[in-house]
Design a protein around this ligand. Structure first.
Ligand code: PMP
Length: 334
């Protein structure tokens, strides 16, 4: 049988599940990473982009030549723009200027109309998410073929995409033999969608939030209070509110991971396992190790390898950037 994917859209998903050798050895558990960085747009967000656009098409919200507008840390913008290119739409992407140069370059390369805005809190109307909604409303008056505000944070087509694809894939790839799943939250689509799909099949699988510093979710799920402490250089994760995608997510437990814990792992994954991953993957793998240590040897813990490390070469793998922030600098980078 020929094994052929029908173009870009059909190439999204069905990613490998990779055993992480060092994390597994360290814990006596089987720690598996869902290789979302192998999606054709280079991140887990290809899935959300496809799900959101297909949902809008099914609801008649997009016409040929229409414009998709979104506020994003970058990966969703890349996914949306590539899906738009494949389907005959255009994209306008609003992104905080603090995000990596590599993601900005990629967005321009693939033809997004990129609008950089100052990184301000959600409460400020100039915030990238809030501004993207305003811009979408403005463009509606001039765009002849209509505008879709993708609204990845509160559009549950996002988590439904993971509920329908990523979650069942993990279940099938492990033959249902997993004890826990953990990942960090940006919109919450990945954690909630996979969590719901796994719980539906086996309610005993523990779903654990992995939270970077600077996010308010750990305190919310642990103590009922949305309160952030510290900060992180990771991009695309951390959240200050309960998005619609997070509402009702079946979260059993929560772990907090610092950059100081995650970075050495990211460096080891490059040098010892050949996996070049972004910061959120480091947070996720560290969280999986913590969950495995809590469960004890013999268990299987699954997490998400969200995107490629080359997307952050100027930050995570830049000795000057790391040293300025008193973060660990690996010898081989200096
Ligand atoms: N990691 C990276 C690198 C991301 O870009 C994102 C999405 N912003 C996430 C993790 C989090 O995924 P989600 O939005 O599904 O919570």
């Amino acid at each position: 049988m020929p094994d052929i994917r029908d173009g870009f859209l059909d190439s999204i998903g069905n990613t490998p599940l990779i055993k992480l050798r060092k994390a597994s050895e360290l814990t006596g558990c089987t720690i598996l990473g869902k290789a979302e960085f192998l999606n054709p747009g280079g991140s887990v967000k290809d899935r959300a982009a496809l799900a959101i656009i297909q949902d809008a098409e099914a609801k008649g919200l997009l016409r040929p030549g229409g414009v998709i507008v979104e506020g994003t840390a970058g990966n969703t913008g890349i996914g949306l723009t590539l899906v738009a290119n494949a389907l005959g739409y255009r994209s306008v992407i609003v992104m905080p200027e603090t995000q990596s140069q590599e993601k900005k370059d990629m967005l321009r390369l693939i033809g997004a109309d990129l609008r950089l805005v100052p990184a301000v809190p959600y409460a400020n109307p100039g915030n990238y998410v809030r501004y993207s909604e305003t811009l979408a409303r403005e463009l509606e008056t001039t765009e002849p073929n209509g505008v879709l505000w993708a609204n990845q944070f509160d559009n549950v087509a996002n988590r439904l995409g993971h509920f329908n694809t990523t979650g069942p894939e993990i279940w099938n790839q492990t033959d249902g033999k997993l004890d826990a799943f953990t990942c960090a939250v940006g919109t919450g689509g990945t954690l909630a969608g996979i969590g719901m799909a796994l719980k539906e099949r086996n309610k005993d699988i523990r779903i654990v939030l992995a939270d970077p510093m600077g996010s308010a979710l750990y305190n919310y799920y642990a103590h009922g209070e949305l309160k952030a402490e510290g900060g992180s250089i990771t991009e695309g994760i951390g959240q200050g509110r309960i998005t619609k995608n997070l509402e009702g997510a079946p979260i059993d437990d929560q772990v907090r991971v610092t950059d100081e814990e995650a970075l050495p792992l990211i460096f080891d994954l490059v040098r010892q396992e050949g996996l070049v991953l972004g910061g959120s993957s480091g947070i996720n793998v560290m969280a999986a190790i913590k969950v495995a240590q809590t469960l004890g040897p013999g268990h299987t813990v699954v997490t998400v390898l969200c995107d490629y490390g080359t997307r952050y070469q100027s930050k995570l793998f830049n000795p000057a950037f790391l040293a300025e922030r008193n973060l660990p600098v690996p010898d081989w980078l200096t």
